[in-house]
Design a protein around this ligand. Structure first.
Ligand code: UDP
Ligand code: MG
Length: 137
């Protein structure tokens, strides 16, 4: 059993895609172990995306991620890190497989609706960034 962090980004929340995204997880038998809606400050977003600090898209990405409320979730299931990445589709929605969340809903390489952890190490760090032990069920 594995856990991963999922985020419905500000574009997904604004466009009314919360239910659509959650439905796709639950349909796959992925369990939601923790969930809340929060509004990150620019500093919160910079801390979350610290691994991308040197990237050219860092400033724009952290502006975007602090532009409105997001839904953060800890997902649980067998191999859930990879399964979530498959449901999300490629970072660039133009390269995402048909039927993935990003292929269906993303409008931009930045505004791509969802985040998902990419490794067990990052999943642990990212879940701990948003949730205390008491909030994970
Ligand atoms: N991003 C961007 N331009 C790029 C690459 C990434 O704006 O050229 C944004 C996009 O929102 C992406 C996030 O930065 O989801 C984090 O990038 P990463 O490479 O980690 O992609 P992900 O893991 O989200 O697929
Ligand atoms: Mg990533």
């Amino acid at each position: 059993m594995e856990r991963t962090l999922s985020i419905i980004k500000p574009d997904g929340v604004k466009r009314g895609l919360i239910g659509e995204v959650i439905k796709r997880f639950e349909k796959e038998g992925i369990r939601i172990a923790a969930m809340k809606m929060i509004y990150m400050s620019k500093k919160d977003a910079e801390g979350f995306y610290a691994v991308h600090r040197e990237k050219p898209f860092f400033d724009s990405l952290t502006d975007f991620m602090s532009s409105g409320p997001i839904v953060v979730m800890a997902l649980e299931g067998d191999n859930v890190i990879q399964r979530n990445r498959e449901l999300m589709g490629a970072t660039n929605y133009k390269e995402a497989k048909p039927g993935t969340i990003r292929a269906d809903f993303a409008t931009d390489i930045e505004k791509n609706v969802v985040h998902g952890s990419d490794s067990p190490e990052n999943a642990e760090i990212e879940i701990a960034y948003f949730f205390s032990k008491l909030e994970i069920h």
